[in-house]
Design a protein around this ligand. Structure first.
Ligand code: TRP
Ligand code: SF4
Length: 540
């Protein structure tokens, strides 16, 4: 098997004194795999990932796909299956407006074919016009994985060579190490003021034994994610594996917590919780409530309160439903507001605004407005206009004005030996440093979705959806050629393709890919040396 002297290194992912972190792996999100059934042209509704949609609010990528200009093959094939709030990025790419892409890699081992997907995602966004960032999460590797700085340096170089070899343009984009980026560390410190221990504990299962630098590496990642917006706020996408989603949710929260203003829709003076606001919106939009006085056409809080009360009692015959607790609390607030009119408006709620910024918002709102203690209501602005205005004023007054960062999620590759692809099992994955011959052999030795006998295979067809070799075709070996990937799939499930030949073809393609990639890595050395980045850290 693999004679590559470097192959052993990838089996050394140590995890000394690492606190358990269920649900969050720290291997780039590109490594390990769930057992994923692959559907060739990717309806993204795959059962294995369904709970991500339902429980965590990740949305199906398929649904934004039509808005993406010139989509990457990983998008077209459903390998990128989910997203959070990707639409603003897609819009910006389409309209030629500012956008950014950033992802990070823990230098814990050799880069492998799983990381290649993320490299490709960064590079594709760069080619579509986004500002592109690739970072080495060396602080995280040191604090969370206990890697020595020597090991980190060696892997750092290797990741970067592959990123460059695959086409990242460092003139136009930025590559950095967490340890060498003072701005990131300063931003991490600021963001840390908005997060507390209980929260990290809840998200990451940290406990009293978790080392402090580990926690620092979390806020560092938050800073990485927002770093592209330091000069100027812009839609930013973070391509990662779904295991990184907890980081995304925290980053989106922190981005919002840093904002000067929270802009929401509102209907009357009281502050509503999101669920109450949503319910009230549905009630008002449904037109189910009408003013009750004949001589006054004004819809008032009491009127809606009565309707909510009737909803609670199930007396309206209306389709509107909500949890009892939400009905109760909304009723209370409406009832208290009494005769106050219900009027849709947008609200600038003061979160962290300076006094000057608050004054400036009041000044800048056009049309009818009302100023309250901690908020300003505007009656003639749309939500989008209000958000833009809030960001503009914030930036003018020294704030960041962050957009909540977006994310896209790719499926994990199945291991070549079945089960998970693991950096600690060399035969399960193909390292980008594997000797081309070794890569060839690994593919030849891979498990397949084939049937017991050639006869059965001809009769029933192979199970491409269960086949790690087919995944190699779809995720990597077919490149941009959809027709080719589709042909492999159809020939397989149609019983025309037998595993021996199929693997031979895949193995040859893999050998070619590795040889070519490694040649490009060598060519990239010069580029790497030209970068303003220390490959040998002075740290110890
Ligand atoms: N935590 C990521 C990992 O486990 C690495 C990482 C650090 C990262 N900073 C990031 C990923 C910013 C995406 C964006 O590999
Ligand atoms: Fe997999 Fe190819 Fe066999 Fe189909 S023919 S099961 S794709 S190895």
């Amino acid at each position: 098997m693999s004679e590559d002297p470097r192959a052993g290194e990838s089996s050394s992912d140590p995890a000394p004194s690492e606190p358990a972190r269920p649900g969050v792996r720290t291997d780039g999100g590109a490594a390990g795999a769930d057992d994923v059934a692959l559907d060739p042209w990717g309806s993204a509704t795959i059962d294995d990932y369904r709970k991500l949609f339902e429980q965590f609010g990740i949305e199906e990528f398929e649904e934004v796909l039509p808005e993406v200009p010139n989509p990457h093959y990983l998008m077209r094939r459903g390998v990128i299956f989910g997203h959070r709030d990707y639409r603003p990025v897609a819009d910006a790419l389409r309209e030629g407006e500012d956008a950014a892409v950033l992802s990070g890699f823990m230098p814990t081992g050799d880069p492998h074919v799983g990381h290649k997907m993320v490299f490709d995602e960064i590079i594709w966004h760069q080619q579509q016009g986004a500002d592109a960032y690739g970072l080495i999460a060396d602080l995280e590797a040191h604090a969370a994985r206990g890697l020595s700085w020597d090991e980190i340096d060696e892997h750092t170089e290797s990741y970067l060579l592959s990123l460059l070899a695959l086409g990242f343009d460092p003139e136009d984009g930025e590559i950095y190490r967490q340890s060498g980026n003072r701005e990131v560390q300063d931003l991490a410190f600021e963001l840390g003021t908005k997060a507390n221990f209980s929260e990290l504990q809840a998200i990451y299962d940290f406990d009293g034994e978790t080392n402090v630098s580990y926690m620092q590496s979390v806020v560092t990642q938050m800073a990485d994610i927002l770093y592209p917006q330091l000069d100027e706020p812009k839609p930013t996408v973070i391509p990662v594996g779904p295991d990184q989603d907890p980081h995304m949710r925290l980053a989106r929260d922190l981005a919002a917590r840093m904002r000067f203003f929270k802009v929401t829709e509102a209907y009357f003076s009281q502050e509503l919780e999101p669920a109450e606001l949503e319910l009230l919106g549905r009630i008002v939009d449904s037109g189910s409530v009408s003013p009750e006085d004949h001589d006054d056409e004004t819809l008032r809080c009491v009127h809606v309160a009565r309707f909510v009360d009737a909803l609670r009692a199930g007396e309206t015959g209306s389709e509107i439903e909500a949890p009892p607790a939400v009905l109760d609390s909304l009723f209370g607030k409406l009832d208290e507001a009494g005769m106050e009119p219900i009027r849709p408006r947008v609200r600038f709620f003061d979160r962290n605004a300076t006094e000057e910024a608050f004054e400036a918002i009041i000044e800048a709102v056009e049309g009818e407005k009302r100023v309250f203690e901690g908020h300003v209501d505007a009656f003639d602005l749309s939500l989008a206009e209000a958000e833009e205005l809030a960001r503009e004023i914030e930036v003018d007054h020294g704030g960041y004005g962050f957009y909540p960062p977006s994310s896209i999620y790719h499926r994990f590759m199945t291991g070549l030996t079945g089960g998970k692809m693991s950096s600690s099992v060399p035969a399960s994955h193909i390292s980008l440093l594997d000797d081309p011959e070794a890569g060839y052999e690994k593919v030849k030795a891979a498990t397949t979705g084939g049937r017991e006998t050639a006869e059965l295979q001809r009769e029933l067809g192979g199970e491409a959806d269960e086949c790690p070799v087919y995944e190699l075709y779809a995720y990597l070996l077919s490149g941009d050629d959809d027709e080719f990937a589709k042909r492999v799939y159809e020939e397989c499930v149609g019983g025309e393709r037998l595993c021996g030949d199929c693997k031979e073809q895949a193995a040859e393609l893999m050998r070619e890919f590795l040889a070519d990639h490694q040649e490009k890595r060598e060519e990239a050395r010069e580029l790497l040396e030209g970068l303003d980045l220390e490959i040998e850290t002075p740290r110890r």
